[in-house]
Design a protein around this ligand. Structure first.
Ligand code: URA
Ligand code: SF4
Length: 210
């Protein structure tokens, strides 16, 4: 399935504004993932947002609605942001891959982890979003986003919540993906996952506010 150029670069608009980028991304054919998905899910938020949150790829709900983090994982993210005192209005929310990759199980569409070539193909969109927003802080949500940006040897389990040295932004950190909270086996584990997720986000909030 990886035949073809696998690169979104030819689809980038000449004029690089968030609006022009979002518009151009709607018809991106930079890899095969557009074929089965409903629509491109581009990042969302204000150009002057101080925090950029980067997830993996849209889920089922996001694919239908065309907006990032509007499903169950998005609710966990909102909860964490609120606990950390980060205003969603002060956050730009996006994903490393802009089309939903899934496998069909009966009538259900189950998330499938994007492959390296799909992540690399889609990365030009994220790079342009970073250039436009120039966030003070970048928070990578989950192993896929963290490895895509920080390299494949990065381990979220080892370095979650730390402030990392990176030229992406003055403040860079990685934490678990909020969907991991949803997968917790019982209520007590879910609560403790929520608490540590909020603590990771709070570290960034503290750094942001000096
Ligand atoms: N998971 C993600 O990584 N991104 C979304 O937008 C939704 C769920
Ligand atoms: Fe383009 Fe990214 Fe969609 Fe692939 S996943 S078609 S590179 S927007």
């Amino acid at each position: 399935m990886d035949e073809g150029p696998n690169d979104a670069t030819p689809f980038l608009p000449e004029r690089k504004s968030l609006k022009a980028l979002r518009e151009a991304a709607r018809v991106c054919r930079g890899c095969h993932l557009w074929r089965n998905a409903t629509q491109t899910v581009f990042g969302e938020g204000q150009k002057k947002a101080r925090v950029m949150l980067v997830g993996e790829q849209p889920g089922d709900r996001e694919d239908r609605e065309g907006r990032p983090f509007v499903g169950p994982a998005g609710r966990e993210l909102d909860r964490g942001l609120e606990a950390a005192g980060i205003d969603r209005m002060d956050a730009y929310v996006t994903n490393v891959v802009k089309h939903f990759k899934f496998e069909e199980r009966g009538r259900r569409r189950i998330h499938a982890t994007p492959k390296r070539f799909e992540i690399d193909a889609c990365k030009p969109w994220l790079e342009e979003e970073l250039r436009q927003v120039e966030p003070q802080a970048v928070i990578l949500l989950g192993a896929t986003a963290a490895k895509a940006i920080l390299g494949s040897s990065f381990r979220v389990t080892k370095q979650r919540g730390e402030l990392l040295e990176s030229d992406l932004a003055p403040i860079v950190s990685a934490t678990i993906h909020p969907s991991a909270i949803l997968r917790a086996p019982d209520g007590a584990t879910r609560q403790s996952e929520r608490t540590s997720f909020a603590a990771d986000l709070s570290n960034v909030a503290r750094a942001l506010n000096g």
